[in-house]
Design a protein around this ligand. Structure first.
Ligand SMILES: Nc1nc2c(c(=O)[nH]1)N[C@H]1C(S)=C(S)[C@@H](COP(=O)(O)O)O[C@H]1N2
Ligand SMILES: [Mo]
Length: 203
C-alpha cells in the first residue's frame, strides 16, 4: 500500500471522515512553511494596507484600523498544492466582505488580486472571496501569526489551494479583468480547486 493510501486509511482509524481529504493529498499534523524568497520584516509605523483598482476611492488602512473592524474566527481545513492538507486550523481576522464594504466597488469587478511584499500576487474570482470563511487574518490558533506564516496579515481562502492564501499581504486590487498571479503565471492552475485537483494549468 502506498504512503498516500496508508495515510488516508489512518484518517478513518482516527475517526476523521476521509472525504475531507482531497484527491492526491495526504494529511499532516505539522504546519509546513512554504514560500518563495525571504520572510519580510515590517514596521508597524509605516505598514499599511491598500484597497485599490476599480473602486470609487482608494483606501489605505493601518493594522490598528483593520483590527478595529469586526473580528471573526474560523476553523477550517487547508490544502497545499505540494500535497499536504491540515485539518481544523483556526484563524482570526476580519472577513474579506467586511473589508470590501469599506469601498465602493465598481459593478463590473469580477476578480481580486492579492498583493504581497516583494511583488507576490494571487488572483481569485470576487465570488470566491465573498464566502463567509474568507479572512484577512492576523492570528493562527489563537496566537499572533508567526512571521514565516505571513505576519502581520495574510489572506485565508480555505476552499482553494493554499497558494491563493497570500502571506504578508499589503493590498487588494479590484479588477474587471483577470490578472494571473505569481504561481498562476508559473504553471499552476488559474483557479485551484483542491477537490477537482486543479494543480497545474491544464488540469
Ligand atoms: N506572499 C506569499 N504568500 C504565499 C506564498 C508565497 O510564496 N509568498 N506561498 C503560498 C503557498 S504556495 C502556500 S502553500 C502557503 C503556505 O503557507 P504557510 O507557509 O503558512 O504554510 O502560502 C502561500 N502564500
Ligand atoms: Mo503551496
Amino acid at each position: 500500500m502506498s504512503f498516500f493510501d496508508r495515510n488516508r486509511k489512518k484518517l478513518a482509524e482516527l475517526g476523521v471522515d476521509p472525504a475531507r481529504l482531497p484527491p492526491g493529498q495526504y494529511h499532516t499534523e505539522r504546519f509546513p512553511v512554504l514560500h518563495v524568497g525571504d520572510v519580510p520584516t515590517w514596521d508597524p509605523a509605516t505598514w499599511d494596507f491598500r484597497i485599490f483598482g476599480a473602486v470609487a476611492a482608494e483606501r489605505r488602512l493601518s493594522l490598528d484600523e483593520l483590527q478595529a473592524l469586526p473580528t471573526t474566527t474560523i476553523t477550517t481545513d487547508i490544502h497545499c498544492v505540494t500535497k499536504w492538507s491540515k485539518f481544523d486550523t483556526s484563524w482570526t481576522g476580519v472577513k474579506f466582505t467586511d473589508v470590501m464594504a469599506l469601498v465602493d466597488v465598481a459593478p463590473a469587478v469580477a476578480f481580486v488580486i492579492g498583493h504581497a511584499e516583494y511583488g507576490y500576487t494571487a488572483n481569485v474570482p470576487l465570488a470566491d472571496l465573498a464566502h463567509d470563511d474568507v479572512l484577512l487574518a492576523w492570528e493562527y490558533g489563537g496566537q499572533p501569526l508567526e512571521p514565516q506564516h505571513g505576519a502581520p496579515l495574510r489572506l485565508v481562502v480555505p476552499h482553494l489551494y493554499f497558494w491563493k492564501s497570500v502571506k504578508w499581504i499589503r493590498g487588494i486590487e479590484f479588477s474587471t479583468r483577470d490578472k494571473p498571479g505569481f504561481w498562476e503565471r508559473n504553471g499552476y492552475h488559474n483557479y485551484g480547486d483542491p477537490f477537482r485537483e486543479q494543480r497545474y494549468t491544464n488540469d
